[in-house]
Design a protein around this ligand. Structure first.
Ligand code: UGA
Length: 436
């Protein structure tokens, strides 16, 4: 008989996982404590923006294989339970807050049937899975626990789930691995590398991957700082080093740095956990990675001040982009929104545009100005800041915009606009890491 699956926590990760597993032919029940989210998902509607997931969710709901509920007892029928709840940064430090993971496992424990497998997908500090497995051995000894970290990127969530570049499973025995192989058979059959690890290694793989990505971004942003000091061009430097396959050209886009719900909090939680384990020194470099990243935001503000004046009170600044990256409406730890808010706090009149993230941005910073379109955003602006590289911004016509603004000054915080095109239209063009 085909396995039945449950997905506990229907946020970004859970909603994607539930819809994708249903598309592989499984019967899936999604559970979440938030009734509004469940009501939307049950109608086949997404509570957030993710290209391609909206149509997949709607069609999977129609098949009848996929359903959602707030009732945790509904997982009783399932054989495999994916834990997909959030692990945000704690309010009082760098560590991850594990409240949701612990309560999710506790909530399903009384309903687990004989032989069922709980599979953690949330990003957790190393050692969490072993702790939860021991806890489960007491509350539901007939069930087992494994870990299966998720590497999906926002904006590519469906693609990354159904055609991932690897599958990693942390298991304590062969049976758990066999069950997971059955779940992922269609994905394995595509030739996806399968990596079996022990529980702690599987947890570490995830935070190591995100730490490496964060390091790559901060490395190029550090090079941008040096280029600025030495009169170089970081975009040319990135291109040149990227041709070396040992370095690679991905994730070398210099600019205002990384944000979102994962990279920043994951490197901080990793440092906190290493310190608990007595390995603090090994991850000291991540403190510098974090510092370089936050400094990039400050460097943009310095360029704004250099172009206008120290005192920003009489200026209108148009900010293009609020999401932490394009193709997402996520504003968690968004560098763009942070910069907009800091400029406003410094006295500037700031108007923000974003193709998808305005609603979330307004919830976070209700006092910022928001515009429904780019023209309204830049009208009479003294300076344009390009902070999230949406395709729509790359395709803007600088000639047409020139007639709308007060001063033709643009700062490209993502090194994504075509400098020559803007300069040809009479703009003063500045970008991070490029002195020319
Ligand atoms: C990241 C990882 O890439 C995923 O593999 C992982 O599964 C996910 O976190 C997670 O832990 O759940 P995501 O947060 O969607 O995915 O975003 P990324 O595409 O990694 O971008 C993160 C940030 O880095 C963005 O703010 C982006 O603008 C910035 N970035 C990225 C740069 O500044 N430069 C680059 O070259 C690349």
């Amino acid at each position: 008989m085909a396995l039945k699956l449950s997905v506990v926590g229907c946020g970004y990760l859970g909603a994607t996982h539930a819809a994708c597993m249903s598309s592989l032919g499984f019967e899936v029940i999604g559970v979440d404590t938030d009734p509004e989210k469940i009501a939307l998902l049950s109608k086949g509607e997404l509570p957030f923006y993710e290209p391609g997931l909206d149509s997949l969710l709607a069609s999977e709901i129609k098949t009848g294989r996929l359903s959602f509920t707030t009732d945790f007892s509904a997982v009783a029928d399932a054989d495999v339970h994916f834990i997909c709840v959030g692990t945000p940064q704690s309010k009082d430090g760098l560590a991850a807050d594990l409240t949701y993971v612990k309560s999710a496992v506790a909530a399903i424990a009384p309903h687990l049937k004989n032989g069922s497998l709980v599979v953690g997908k949330s990003t957790v500090p190393v050692g969490t899975a072993q702790g939860l497995r021991e806890q489960l051995a007491k509350s539901a000894p007939h069930a087992d626990l494994a870990w299966n970290p998720e590497f999906l990127r926002e904006g590519f969530a469906v693609e990354d789930t159904l055609t991932p570049n690897r599958l990693v499973v942390g298991v304590a025995n062969d049976r758990a691995e066999e069950i997971l192989k059955e779940v992922y058979k269609p994905v394995i059959d595509l030739g996806t590398p399968w990596i079996r690890a022990d529980l702690p290694t599987s947890e570490l793989v995830k935070v190591a991957a995100n730490s490496f990505l964060a390091t790559k971004i901060s490395f190029i942003n550090a090079m941008a700082e040096v280029c600025e000091a030495a009169g170089g061009d970081v975009t040319v430097l990135a291109k040149a080093i990227g041709y070396d396959p040992r370095i690679g050209n991905r994730f070398l886009q210099a600019g205002i740095g990384f944000g979102g719900g994962c990279l920043p909090k994951d490197i901080r939680a990793f440092m906190a956990r290493a310190e608990e384990l007595g390995a603090k020194q090994a991850l000291e470099f991540l403190r510098e990675i974090d510092a370089i990243n936050l400094r990039a935001r400050q460097r943009v503000i310095d360029v704004v001040r250099a172009e206008l004046t120290e005192d920003l009170t009489s200026y209108k600044i148009a900010v293009l982009g609020a999401a932490f990256k394009p193709d997402s409406d996520d504003v968690r730890d968004s560098p763009a929104l942070d910069i907009a808010a800091q400029l406003q706090a410094a006295g500037a009149s700031v108007v923000v545009h974003d193709p998808k993230a305005i609603e979330n941005a307004r919830k976070r910073f209700p006092n910022l100005g928001f515009a429904a379109n780019v023209e309204e955003c830049v009208k009479d602006a003294d300076l344009i800041l390009h902070l999230t590289e949406w395709r729509e911004y790359r395709e803007l016509n600088p000639k047409a915009l020139a007639s709308l603004v007060k001063k033709k000054i643009v700062i490209d915080g993502r090194n994504a606009l075509e400098r020559d095109k803007w300069r040809a239209a009479g703009w003063q063009f500045h970008a991070l890491g490029r002195t020319d």
